[in-house]
Design a protein around this ligand. Structure first.
Ligand SMILES: [Zn+2]
Length: 324
């Protein structure tokens, strides 16, 4: 019999990515389905089960040759029971038993973890981690997510909420309100949303020179990408926004590194694709604030798996958490 396949699922608020993956972490087949959030998200497990069945039929592959399913979900997870405490984005309010429901629907063993943790495992296994067993992943997207890996496994904490790097505070005392109910969290500054907010604040104050000001006057808003493009052209207001973001992010990353001294801090998500225009000043601020021995040994790297990190990390869970 051929070697069994792993199923990796990355459950997002808009789409669900699914992949068949080999024991070596190679993606054999990947596709996505829309995430149905109607009826408090109760169709989600059935939809995933059907999608897997259809794809197996299409490939003429038997379910017996699937080792199990790993799934990353957007919320804090109880590891043993596979219950999601809450996933606001999906409509799951109170203790959603994802593992049990998906096991009933698929007749396969299921292992569940938080989506940011799963992405970190993916980067550890096949991405920028490159063999590192102590690794912190920070996803700079619409929000800021995080996953902490120590000794080759995820740190979960008491209630599955370890690694909430986006909500590190006193970043900006008295800062902007955050989705979590606090204010001044890292996420209010170092996410795409935060960058746009800072740019709008500067533009509304009248700093409207250059291309960025032009876009703002024409459309009434700018995107994070517009800010990075303007900074690359040397526009002052955009460079100031980036310096502000980089200084807060650099301090937060330095504090994380001072606590954990990981081999690598991997930056992922849409904002990380800005490249050196952001990474340069982030590294400068990181070095300025990290403990000397940490500064020498912890490296900041850019994620390499992009959107595949979630499904690959979920497959890692199947390989490592479900016994053969
Ligand atoms: Zn927050």
């Amino acid at each position: 019999m051929a070697e069994k396949w792993l199923v990796g699922v990355d459950l997002g608020g808009t789409t669900t990515k699914i992949a068949f993956i080999s024991f070596y972490g190679e993606i054999l087949n990947k596709w996505e389905i829309p995430t149905d959030k109607s009826n408090e998200g109760k169709n989600i497990p059935t939809d995933i089960a059907k999608a897997i069945d259809h794809k197996l039929d299409e490939l003429a592959h038997s379910k017996n040759e699937i080792h199990g399913i790993g799934i990353g979900a957007p919320g804090p997870v109880d590891l043993t029971s596979g219950i999601i405490y809450e996933a606001v984005n999906l409509g799951w309010k109170d203790q959603y038993p994802l593992k049990d429901l998906l096991e009933v629907e698929t007749s396969l063993p299921v292992v569940v973890d938080n989506d940011a943790n799963v992405a970190a495992l993916g980067e550890m296994w096949k991405g920028a981690g490159n063999g590192a067993k102590d690794l912190v992943c920070v996803t700079l997207g619409t929000g800021v997510g995080g996953g902490v890996i120590a000794n080759g496994d995820i740190v979960h904490g008491k209630r599955g909420a370890a690694g909430e790097i986006g909500h590190i505070t006193s970043i900006a005392v008295g800062g902007a309100p955050c989705n979590c109910g606090k204010s001044g969290c890292l996420e209010t500054i170092a996410s795409a949303t935060g960058i746009v907010r800072l740019a709008h604040e500067a533009l509304q104050k009248g700093q409207q020179e250059g291309k960025l000001g032009e876009i703002f006057r024409e459309y009434g808003q700018v995107s994070a990408k517009d800010v990075f493009d303007a900074a690359r052209n040397g526009e002052k207001s955009a460079l100031e926004v980036i310096e502000n973001v980089a200084s807060h992010l650099g301090v937060a990353l330095a504090n994380i590194a001072n606590t954990l001294n990981p081999e690598k801090i991997v930056l992922g998500g849409g904002v990380s694709r800005a490249g050196d225009i952001l990474l340069g000043p982030v590294k400068e601020n990181f070095l300025k604030h990290s403990f000397p021995s940490v500064a020498k040994s912890t490296e900041i790297a850019i994620a390499t798996l992009g959107n595949d990190a979630g499904v690959i990390g979920a497959a890692w869970l199947v390989k490592n958490k479900i016994s053969l």
